[in-house]
Design a protein around this ligand. Structure first.
Ligand SMILES: [Zn+2]
Ligand SMILES: [Zn+2]
Length: 225
């Protein structure tokens, strides 16, 4: 099976929104929902896909700000780890901390979270749009951050846990560097080296590539390899 994966960066923070599907012309899963419904609709249309579910890596507004709109527009479920629901519940507070107190007028409205979330759990195996997706809870960037692993296809949606050449910041509310590194050591770096890593920002990479070159992973205690 050749998997269809496509993505584009959307919204102010240039957050990657991905669609993943067994093939063109059928159901897909959306990974992360920046607040740009037109951009997401375009990503679906250019691959001739319709969404069956939305998976949200974590509740930062650049990844979850469009979730309510996606749920309304396509009548699908949105999945989030419960440890991030407090963040999702107050998008305006996140914006104020990003923009320093007063919001630009055009940003003040919108960002209604979905009425309810479907809960993600570590070790859970979801079967969505004909895909088997393993949920890996990776706290650190936020308490409820999750990565999504398509084992058979060797793909990891890494959100803001791991980037090409960098790692997620841990200075935002709920962030914890020790937790992020523990998640990295125990749950991310042990994946197969050739695993294709599709991050929440920036270009794709692989686990092996990051182990070789990512300066934030240089600590020999991080891996037994
Ligand atoms: Zn984030
Ligand atoms: Zn982000």
């Amino acid at each position: 099976m050749t998997l269809l994966v496509d993505g584009r960066s959307l919204w102010l923070a240039e957050t990657n929104c991905y669609v993943v599907a067994p093939e063109r012309g059928g159901p897909c899963v959306i990974v992360d929902a920046p607040d740009d419904l037109e951009g997401i609709a375009d990503l679906l249309a250019r691959n001739d896909l319709y969404p069956e579910a939305l998976l949200v890596t974590h509740a930062h507004i650049d990844h979850a700000g469009g979730a309510g709109g996606v749920v309304d527009k396509w009548s699908i479920s949105a999945y989030l780890h419960p440890d991030d629901e407090w963040l999702a519940a107050d998008p305006a507070a996140q914006l104020r901390s990003l923009f320093g107190g007063t919001l630009p007028g055009w940003l003040e409205s919108g960002f209604e979270p979905p009425a309810s979330w479907s809960a993600l759990d570590h070790g859970q195996q979801l079967r969505l749009a004909g895909l088997d997706i393993a949920i890996i809870h990776t706290p650190g960037h936020t308490p409820g951050h999750c990565c999504f692993h398509l084992d058979q296809d060797g793909i990891l949606f890494s959100g803001d846990q791991l980037f090409a050449g960098s790692i997620g910041r841990t200075d935002l509310p709920g962030g914890n560097y020790g937790d992020l590194m523990q998640s990295m050591r125990e749950r991310v770096l042990p994946l197969a080296g050739e695993t294709r890593v599709l991050p929440g920002h920036g270009p794709a990479t692989t686990i092996a590539q990051e182990l070789r070159t990512n300066p934030f992973l240089a600590d020999p205690n991080l891996t037994d390899r």
